[in-house]
Design a protein around this ligand. Sequence first.
Ligand code: NAD
Ligand code: ZN
Ligand code: ZN
Length: 361
Amino acid sequence: MAHQARAVVATSKGAPVSVETIVVPDPGPGEAVVQVQACGVCHTDLHYRDGAITDDFPFLLGHEAAGTVEAVGDGVTGVGPGDYVVLAWRAPCGACRSCRRGRPWYCFDSANAAQPMTLLDGTPLTAALGIGAFAERTLVAAGQAVKVDPAARPEAAGLVGCGVMAGFGAAVGTGNVGPGDSVAVLGCGGVGNAAVAGAALVGARRIIAVDLEPRKLEAALRFGATHTVDASATDPVEAIRELTDGHGADVVIDAVGLPQTYRQAFYARDLAGTLVQVGVPDPSATIELPLLDLFGRGGALKSSWYGDCLPSRDFPLLIDLYLQGRFDLDGFVSETLPLDDVEEAFARMQRGEVLRSVVVL
Ligand SMILES: NC(=O)c1ccc[n+]([C@@H]2O[C@H](COP(=O)([O-])OP(=O)(O)OC[C@H]3O[C@@H](n4cnc5c(N)ncnc54)[C@H](O)[C@@H]3O)[C@@H](O)[C@H]2O)c1
Ligand SMILES: [Zn+2]
Ligand SMILES: [Zn+2]
């Protein structure tokens, strides 16, 4: 029997989201229903609301969640009712051409629930990143539900499901930051500050945090930044060069996603340095760069989806580091709020007031 749930839905481009009653089917083969306990508000949810990801409205928003498995469908062996899980938007299929090449973190056919969740009138919902967790319960592919230590409180644990993993992985995974490296991070929201924290954890020597908001820069210092640059007052490229003996940083991470920040990241690298683009650009954004600079400066220009993570390997790792006091997940939780306040959380995010607002159910 299908269940109903209260959930946050975006019905048309740019319009305020609303709380609706949705229908969550019983799990079919390979699926799981998860009772959501907490779900962080990520900038990607706002991109969905604004029609900047796809036009497949209505969207069921929310994708940074922890909760408890309520029921599983036929053939599910990895998780069962009562398991405490963080939801992942990558569940490698094991069979696509990328998985078969031994690179499951690029899986081209990641699993999602086969059945749609719907509005009461039967209209199918598009679940944000195949999750849709601003909801009392949600239906996912069982492989998206990753078991973690239940000692981690859901407000903090859920953040590993997107922004924190994406930022941490952008530095440690995609950027391959290691001991002694110099790193610059453009944009220190939830994602950028997770990159700062990841770089600090693996022993980067200089970590330069760049943002327009003093509050974000103060947070970056708490996560391990060694220097901060206020990009509203200073040219970040010049500042990063000055802070790296005139050379530029070994790894520069763009956690904003604007042409201007990409350009800054490109030129703030040392020769043969690495640029990691983790901020999601608007579909209309383009960039022009001198081809000779692309050639002459060498190095690597990489995009980072989900920090090139493997959720089943990396979520329990980050949660364990958190529980051991070595990774400050609590520092990302700026506030908790009810399901009805997601629109307010978007406004606070846009005003630069929060790292993460977390919806608690
Ligand atoms: N690639 C992925 O897998 C992935 C995963 C999650 C989020 N994202 C994307 O990462 C980006 C950041 O997400 P978030 O949740 O941290 O957002 P956020 O809004 O919390 O943070 C963005 C930060 O960038 C700062 N900023 C804006 N313009 C700037 C500029 N010109 N120079 C310097 N700083 C500037 C803002 O002040 C803010 O602190 C978004 O585009 C989001 O969609 C990507
Ligand atoms: Zn695959
Ligand atoms: Zn996200």
